[in-house]
Each structure stands twice: as structure tokens, then as C-alpha cells.
Design a protein around this ligand. Structure first.
Ligand SMILES: O=C(O)c1cc(C(=O)O)c2c(n1)C(=O)C(=O)c1cc(C(=O)O)[nH]c1-2
Ligand SMILES: [Ca+2]
Length: 716
């Protein structure tokens, strides 16, 4: 299961700009700069810079730089490091332009660094009210900025989109892109194309209605918006998506169900690609709200455009085509994962077609026609037990049990997906897609108590299903053994892996491909490795001394090639799967770590906070009380503090907390919201004081079950 908790706590709706279809004339000078810039983004694979989240418009994350190569990579060492002042998740891909690196960290803070030396040029902090942290399903992460025409664009976790002066870091404009009274967040990197900044949002675990918007890069005025699910009243929105729902949408949704209150989901929280050949934006749409379709839409429709890849006209946002990977999503099977555009010999008689590729959460690798959305092929890239395969139109052939009822169905992929946000790469010379893949199964069952809550997740799935009320460390160990990670070099023409590297754990890093014949990937346990792109042989590795989950990048300045990655420990898996790592990846301050040939700098040892692993209160409660507590814990607490009450250290491990040991203090936090400023808001609307006591009994029972042997009182 994944991480987070929720509350729509912000009152003001903000000054969201709503003008549509305004494209002010750009001054001639801007046009010139923009077109130079556009050309660089377009062919940056031949360039020395890293200009957009995925490297180029096509987002292949493939660089033509060759100084660091199979022959020289052994000489790669650390050039410089820079501390990002956070122990929360770091997912940013650095952008490098004109010798400056722009990188983000948790809470949407932006850093400008000298890309050659790591020297800090400026820092911009959007000063987010930390209580919005509860709206972030999967940690207060940020995947990076966009650059265009002398400005830096960042999506802020509270729903703002902001433009900064690239030279000074001063704010040029700020636009609220969401209704801040709802649990929307922004974690994804904006993209810029033809003078428009594109940004989506997140929140589908909690209950929102997803959309993608385009803003004028110069002024911040909204140009168009495309809702991914119909208006809850099935009325026109007066936005670009209206015509799409006239054409295809409304019939796929019933007239009632929780989507009317929870917004239906379909958040565009990660992939957005500009297809310059077809002048369109192709973007990935997320899961339904709630996950469980029985509650979301009892009529059982496909629910367009959930879990779909959608293409719209870049200038107007008008619908062009869609391909739905998971009709009637039921499992958090987002199709927001990396979308890569490429020319592949997959036409009849092997002629070249321009395609979009994606390895979404649902476990199938898709190749679709970029111009029309036509399904070309789809094949399982990880073990899949919710469908037997795809039919000739790419529609999954479902296994009936996967539409879970009260009996848990142990499914793979689970909600963290066969592949999550960790960026995929593509080598256009070898025609190989490099997938950071994983196996993280999940027992899905219906949440029989489901009703839509203002705080907490609204999935309609029961996270306590199949989990024993008291889980000693052996259970955690057993669960840990089911987690797997691998780097797959997927051949989209042969529709099979060409090679695979098995990792010892799940949730490893994004991938960089280079014409030096290399593939770079970090692991969450800290290894950063370079593999032979053709064979998967490991040629080099370096200990990052922190998790390496984000997408690495590369660039060249003054004749030297740099390879860079941001590190840290956090994100969905850290919050949600502490049992899967426990102490393997201690929480530490995130860094930018940049390498070059002959680099001799050191990565400082992280400071591990010493945690006193003893329960701070007496155990209490009978079996029934503890079992009840385990259900409330699973419903309300697990997504941030970890299933089985095992946290990964990013957020407090409640088993060892003094607050858990004290009835009044615990009630103060959970009911009265005494730690709201840290993001731990009141759960008074979801839990009674008596229920809170059952949760405390459960956590203490877990603490005593897990207490390390050496701290147990010696036997008489
Ligand atoms: O449905 C959504 O709106 C939404 C948003 C996000 C996000 O914005 O980070 C994630 C997810 N879903 C999600 O399902 C998921 O697995 C996930 C992992 C992460 C992460 O950053 O580690 N974010 C998200
Ligand atoms: Ca989701």
C-alpha cells in the first residue's frame, strides 16, 4: 500500500486565474530566445545541457555525450556534492542550462547551483504552510523545474505554479492552479512548450477531480484546461475537455457513486510530454477516486479517462485521442508513468512509426501510435495476476477475483505498481527501454466500512486485509521477502526483455541512458551503478550513502562531462513500507551528488539519529481492542506512519514515541491537532477518543512485539 494521509484544511480558494484562450503577443526578442531555446530542447540529445525533465521533448533520457563511456567509466569519481536541507523525499531531476543547475527538494524548494562546482547561486523557498503535508499521499516531494525564456517554473505542493527569474530566483508570477479547499497537491515537474507551461496535480487517493492546465509562460494566465473525468453534474465546464466528453466520455460513467463527491480522480501527477511532430501534448492520467469501482461507480463503466494516455492539441487543449490502459480502474493503476516518444520499426514490413511507450503501474508495457493513439503492442514486463493478457485492442482480459470483494485477493502488481514515478529511459541506437521495475504485491479487499471522509484516504479498499493484528518482526521479514526490484532492458520491437539485472530490493532509481554505451541507475539502498547498455554487465558503482531514487542526468561544461543524481530517503515507499527496509536506508539529508572523470571529492557520512527503541508506555488492551485498533490504524495512520506501525524513519516511528506512551498527549495530537503545524492534523472527524485509545493499544502491542532483543528486560 502507499503512503500519506489527508485533510482539506485550507480555507481560502485563492486567486486562481481562470481566463481562457488568451495568448498575449510575445515580444520579438522573447520569440527569438524562445525559438533558440526550443531548438535546444528538441535536439538536446546532441547537446551539452539537460533542458527539460526528460532531457528532451521526447523524454528519452538519452544523452549523446560519450566522454564517460564503457572504457572510461571506471575513472568516474565525485566532483562535488550539495546538501538539500531536507530529510524528506527527494525526487528531482536537475535541469542544467547555461552552466547553471536548477534542482528542487521536498516542500518545493528550488536551488540554483553552479553546475561545474556546486556553488550555491540562490535558493527559493515558496514557504508552504506545512499543514498541507497531510494532503500529500506520498510525501511532500517535487520532481523538478522547467526552464524557458529566462524563467524557472516550479509546481508547489500546495497547488501554486510559480515563475522565478532564472538569474536571481525572485518570483515573477504566482498562480493558484487548484481549489485549495480540496486536497490537491503538486509533486510533478512542469513542462514548457511554445510559450505555455503545463502542469497537473495529485490527490486521487484522497478524492479530487484531475486535470491538466496550460498557462502563459510570460504572464501566468491560464490558456486552457483539460479535465480527465467528467463534471460531477455531467455539465460542461467551459473548458477544452468539454468536447472530449461529448465525443467519448459521459457514457462511461454511471449517474451516481462516490465519484460525485470524491471527484472521480484521474490526476495528472507525473508524465506530460510535448510531441513536437504532431504539435500535441501527450499526458498520463492516474487512478480513480475512490480506487474501488464498486463505490466509485456502481454502474461498472470504463470511467474515461482514468488510467489512460491522452493526447490534446498543444495550442488549444482540444482532445485528439486516448488509450486506456486499465478500464474501470480498481487498484490505483495509474498511467502517469514516464511516456517516451521514439521512432520504432514496428509498422507492417518493419517500417518506422512514431510511437509513445509506457510501462504503467498495471504491469504491461505499451507501444502506441503517437499520432493516432492506435494500440500497437502490450506485454507484461513483470508478473501480472489480475489479467491473463491483453486482447487485440489492448484491453486487459481480467481475472474475476481481481475485482475484489470481502475476501482479500493477493495481487501483483499492487498499488505501488510494476513501475512507479522513477523515470524510464530509452536508447534510440539499441532500441531498448530501460524500466526501473518492481514487484510489490498487495492484498486488496473491499473496505466494508467505506464512507467518504474529509481527512485520510478514500480508497474503498481495506488496508488491514490479510494483516494480522499483531505482527512480530518475522511477519515483516516475510513480507519483505516478497518485494523485488529489477532493471529491465526491454526490447519494444521484440516485445521481450533483452537483459535484466535483479536488485535485492524494490523501489530503485530512475534511469539515464548515454551514447557512451552506459545505463545509470541508483538504488534506494545507496548504490549508484553504470551498466553496459547492451548487456547489463555492471561496469562501475559508487556508494551514495543515501537512497538514489531520482532520475540521473548528464551534461558537459568546458570539455568535462558530468553525471548527476539527487539523493535522499522518502517518497511513497519510505512512508508506506518501513517494514520493507527498516534500518537499511536511514533517513538522512538529501544531496545533489555530481560525478566526473577523475573526481576525487567525498560524500560526507550521513548523521544517523539514534532512536531509543523501547516502548514508552505500558501495554494495555485485550485482543479485541487491539484488533479494533489495528483496523483504525490501517485506515487512518498506516499510509504515513507505515503498515504494521513500522515507519522508515522519515516520519516518526510511533512505536518508540513518547507521545504514544502517554494517553493525554496521544489524544492531544490525534483529536486536538496539537501537531497540525507539522502536518499531523486532527482526526477528530474520523476517530472517537475511544477509537484513538484502541489505536494506541495496537501501536504499543506492536512495539512490545518488535522490541529489539537487547533492549528487552533481562529474564530473572
Ligand atoms: O493519485 C494521485 O493523485 C497520486 C499522486 C502521487 C503524487 O503526486 O506524488 C502519487 C500517486 N498517486 C501514487 O499512486 C503513487 O504511487 C505515488 C508514488 C509517489 C512518490 O512520489 O513516491 N507519488 C505518488
Ligand atoms: Ca494514486
Amino acid at each position: 500500500m502507499i503512503a500519506g494521509a489527508s485533510l482539506a484544511i485550507l480555507a481560502a480558494c485563492g486567486q486562481a486565474k481562470t481566463e481562457t484562450n488568451q495568448t498575449p503577443e510575445a515580444p520579438a526578442e522573447t520569440e527569438a530566445f524562445a525559438s533558440v531555446h526550443t531548438a535546444r530542447i528538441k535536439d538536446a540529445s546532441g547537446g551539452d545541457e539537460w533542458l527539460t525533465y526528460g532531457g528532451t521533448y521526447d523524454e528519452q533520457r538519452h544523452s549523446t555525450l560519450t566522454q564517460v563511456s564503457k572504457e572510461t567509466v571506471g575513472d568516474l569519481g565525485v566532483a562535488w556534492t550539495y546538501d538539500l536541507a531536507t530529510n524528506r523525499g527527494v525526487e528531482s531531476t536537475p535541469i542544467v542550462v547555461d552552466g547553471v543547475m536548477y534542482v528542487t527538494s521536498a516542500w518545493s524548494i528550488v536551488y540554483a547551483l553552479d553546475a561545474q562546482t556546486g556553488e550555491e547561486l540562490w535558493v527559493y523557498d515558496p514557504e508552504v504552510d506545512k499543514s498541507v503535508g497531510v494532503n500529500a499521499c506520498c510525501d511532500v516531494v517535487n520532481r523538478g523545474v522547467a526552464v524557458y525564456d529566462g524563467k524557472i517554473y516550479v509546481g508547489v505542493i500546495d497547488g501554486r505554479l510559480e515563475a522565478l527569474d532564472a538569474k536571481t530566483g525572485e518570483r515573477v508570477w504566482s498562480t493558484v492552479t487548484v481549489d485549495q479547499s480540496k486536497p490537491y497537491t503538486i509533486t510533478g515537474a512542469p513542462r514548457v512548450a511554445n510559450g505555455k507551461v503545463l502542469i497537473g496535480n495529485g490527490g486521487a487517493e484522497l478524492g479530487v477531480r484531475g486535470y491538466l492546465s496550460a498557462y502563459d509562460a510570460e504572464t501566468g494566465d491560464q490558456v486552457w484546461r483539460f479535465y480527465t473525468v467528467p463534471n460531477p453534474e455531467k455539465q460542461p465546464d467551459g473548458e477544452a475537455s468539454d468536447s472530449a466528453f461529448e465525443q467519448v466520455g459521459n457514457v462511461t460513467w454511471g449517474d451516481d457513486g462516490a465519484w460525485v463527491t470524491d471527484g472521480g480522480g484521474g490526476t495528472v501527477w507525473d508524465s506530460i510530454v510535448y510531441d513536437d511532430v504532431n504539435d500535441q501534448i501527450i499526458f498520463g492520467v492516474g487512478n480513480g477516486s475512490p480506487w474501488n469501482r464498486t463505490y466509485r461507480d456502481p454502474s461498472g463503466g470504463d470511467n474515461l479517462f482514468l488510467s489512460s494516455i491522452v493526447a490534446v492539441d498543444a495550442a488549444t487543449g482540444e482532445y485528439k485521442w486516448h488509450f486506456q490502459t486499465t478500464p474501470g480502474d480498481n487498484w490505483d493503476y495509474t498511467a502517469t508513468q514516464s511516456i517516451i516518444l521514439a521512432d520504432l520499426p514496428v509498422g507492417e514490413d518493419g517500417e518506422t512509426r512514431r510511437v509513445a511507450m509506457q510501462a504503467p503501474k498495471n504491469g504491461f508495457f505499451y507501444v502506441i501510435d503517437a499520432e493516432t493513439g492506435e494500440f500497437i503492442s502490450g506485454d507484461a514486463y513483470v508478473p501480472v495476476n489480475w489479467a491473463t493478457g491483453l486482447d487485440e485492442n489492448g484491453r486487459p482480459v481480467e481475472i474475476a477475483d481481481a475485482r475484489y470483494g470481502d475476501t482479500p485477493y493477493l495481487q501483483t502488481p499492487g498499488p505501488l505498481g510494476g513501475h512507479n514515478w522513477h523515470p524510464m529511459a530509452f536508447d534510440p541506437d539499441l532500441n531498448l527501454a530501460y524500466i526501473p521495475a518492481q514487484e510489490i504485491p498487495q492484498a486488496y479487499a473491499r473496505d466494508s466500512r467505506f464512507e467518504s471522509d474529509p481527512v485520510g484516504w478514500n480508497t474503498g479498499a481495506d488496508f488491514s486485509a490479510g494483516v494480522p493484528p499483531i505482527a512480530p518482526p518475522e511477519v515483516a521479514k516475510m513480507l519483505r521477502a516478497t518485494l523485488k526490484g529489477r532493471l529491465i532492458a526491454w526490447d519494444p520491437v521484440a516485445r521481450a526483455p533483452r537483459w535484466t539485472v535483479e536488485h535485492e530490493n524494490a523501489w530503485n532509481g530512475g534511469v539515464l541512458s548515454t551514447a557512451g554505451g552506459l545505463v545509470f541507475q541508483g538504488k534506494l539502498t545507496g548504490e549508484f551503478a553504470a551498466y553496459d547498455a547492451a548487456t547489463g554487465d555492471k561496469l562501475w558503482s559508487h556508494d551514495l550513502k543515501a537512497g538514489g531514487a531520482s532520475g540521473p542526468g548528464t551534461y558537459m561544461i568546458d570539455g568535462e562531462q558530468y553525471v548527476t543524481i539527487t539523493t535522499g530517503w522518502g517518497s511513497a515507499f519510505a512512508l508506506a513500507a518501513g517494514f520493507g527496509y527498516d534500518e537499511a536506508v536511514p533517513s538522512t539529508v538529501g544531496k545533489v551528488v555530481t560525478f566526473k572523470l577523475g573526481g576525487t571529492a567525498e560524500i560526507a557520512d550521513p548523521d544517523f539519529p539514534m532512536i531509543d527503541k523501547t516502548p514508552k508506555g505500558e501495554a494495555f488492551g485485550d485482543e479485541t481492542m487491539i484488533a479494533e485498533g489495528s483496523i483504525h490504524y490501517a485506515r487512518n495512520c498506516a499510509v504515513c506512519h507505515g503498515p504494521l506501525a513500522v515507519s522508515s524513519g522519515v516520519l516518526p516511528d510511533l512505536r518508540w514515541s513518547a507521545i504514544t506512551g502517554n494517553q493525554d498527549a496521544f489524544k492531544g495530537v490525534v483529536i486536538d491537532g496539537t501537531l497540525a503545524a507539522n502536518g499531523m492534523v486532527s482526526f477528530a472527524d474520523e476517530l472517537t477518543p475511544e477509537e484513538v485509545e484502541t489505536v494506541r493499544a495496537y501501536i504499543l502491542a506492536q512495539a512490545y512485539a518488535a522490541q529489539p532483543a537487547e533492549t528487552q528486560p533481562a529474564e530473572e
